[in-house]
Design a protein around this ligand. Structure first.
Ligand SMILES: *Cc1c(COP(=O)(O)O)cnc(C)c1O
Length: 373
């Protein structure tokens, strides 16, 4: 099933050296960004072609060669392809879908800060990503690459965090923060560390999965110097855990950077117990703790990715008790309109009989727990 990157390289980049292939800048320069570039590697389906025919100002496409090498290019329903190659369904809006499903623009005290919860903020440090996931909750804003305002925006955001002593936890996101240069990231992390009330720094990124070449020893050492710093890594499918990606996790874990993973549940991509179990068990071996399994946010044109909540709950039921507890994530819905994240089960309390709780265990047997009213 897997296309080994060796044969991908031999076919499409026969003269490329290891130094080039392993250079994240080269990977980004070579990323497939339009129909013609994609057609060099694969035969587009009708739905995929129609996306480009109908696109006026589309959410950008970008797939680095490393990530293309993980796909089965002959399989139109390859999970990584469904997640990253656009289809015309993106142009169709369904009821309940919004450009800004999480109401983030309502919690935007300054342009780069989303302040939904009292003690933590999201700091959107860039609009650029190595690859644009087609279900991205920030499709309205990422990919625009509005660099000139960035420096001023950062200062404004840092001033905001400085002025709010209740903020203990800063989650750096975007865009993908690890697409910034080491020097710029270092500057940003130093500025955050200089704020006495900022305790925890987290970085949300997909690069360990899509562009593990970015996780250089220099980057890792710089990140570790600003600890305690955690990485929140977005993984979609076990196929992303290529040996290069596993080596990247090793470098991060060895440097003392804890990693949690977040996964979006997507139709045809990872919507089965087996897919999530394989992903999460493999993540644990890479020293990454599966944290959240998200129901897909209702962004415009995302209906083709949606599965019912019951699918998510069945997956969690299929994991809890049946594999290592560490491999069981929390199932979440990010409440549309800005309510924050809500854990959505499944639930194991059947009810109550007087002062006894009725519990259902992982195989469906009933147990009672004394719980006086
Ligand atoms: C997800 C999110 C966070 C972080 O949430 P945790 O549950 O602490 O991981 C913070 N702010 C916003 C706006 C978020 O969407």
């Amino acid at each position: 099933m897997q296309t080994p990157s060796g044969s991908f390289r031999n076919t499409f980049y026969p003269n490329v050296t290891d130094a080039e292939w392993d250079d994240w800048h080269w990977q980004l320069q070579q990323a497939a960004r339009d129909r013609a570039a994609l057609e060099r590697f694969l035969t587009l389906s009708e739905d995929e072609v129609a996306f480009f025919d109908r696109a006026e100002k589309p959410f950008p496409v970008s797939i680095p060669p490393h990530y293309l090498s993980l796909m089965d290019l002959d399989d139109g329903s390859d999970p990584l392809r469904l997640a990253m190659v656009p289809r015309q369904q993106e142009h169709v809006t369904h009821p309940g879908e919004r450009l800004d499903p999480l109401g983030e623009t309502d919690h935007n005290p300054v342009s780069r800060i989303v302040h939904t919860y009292p003690h933590k903020v999201l700091f959107l440090v860039t609009d650029f990503c190595a690859t644009y996931c087609r279900y991205c909750t920030r499709a309205r804003s990422v990919g625009s690459g509005d660099w000139p305002t960035l420096e001023r925006d950062w200062q404004e955001a840092l001033d905001y965090i400085r002025a709010h002593p209740e903020i203990k936890d800063v989650l750096i996101s975007g865009g993908d923060p690890l697409t910034l240069s080491d020097a710029r990231l270092d500057m940003l992390l130093s500025a955050l560390r200089d704020i006495p009330h900022v305790e925890l720094i987290r970085i949300g990124t997909k690069l360990p999965a899509v562009l593990p070449q970015r996780i250089t020893p220099e980057l890792v050492a710089m990140l570790a110097s600003h600890g305690p710093l955690w990485l929140s890594v977005h993984y979609t499918h076990v196929r992303e855990l290529h040996p290069a990606a596993r080596a990247a996790c090793d470098r991060l874990a060895n440097a003392g950077i804890p990693m949690m993973s977040q996964t979006v549940l997507l139709k045809g991509v990872n919507d089965s117990i087996e897919a999530i179990r394989e992903l999460n068990e493999t993540l644990l071996l890479c020293r990454v703790k599966p944290y959240y399994l998200h129901m897909c946010d209702p962004i415009v044109g995302s209906d083709h990715f949606k599965v019912p909540l019951s699918v998510g709950q069945d997956i969690i039921r299929g994991l809890h008790g049946h594999c290592t507890g560490y491999a069981v994530p929390m199932l979440m819905i990010d409440a549309p309109g800005g309510g924050g994240k809500v854990p959505v089960g499944p639930h194991y309390i059947e009810g109550r009989e007087g002062d006894r709780l009725v519990l259902k265990n992982y195989v469906g047997d009933r147990y009672f727990y004394h719980d006086p009213l």
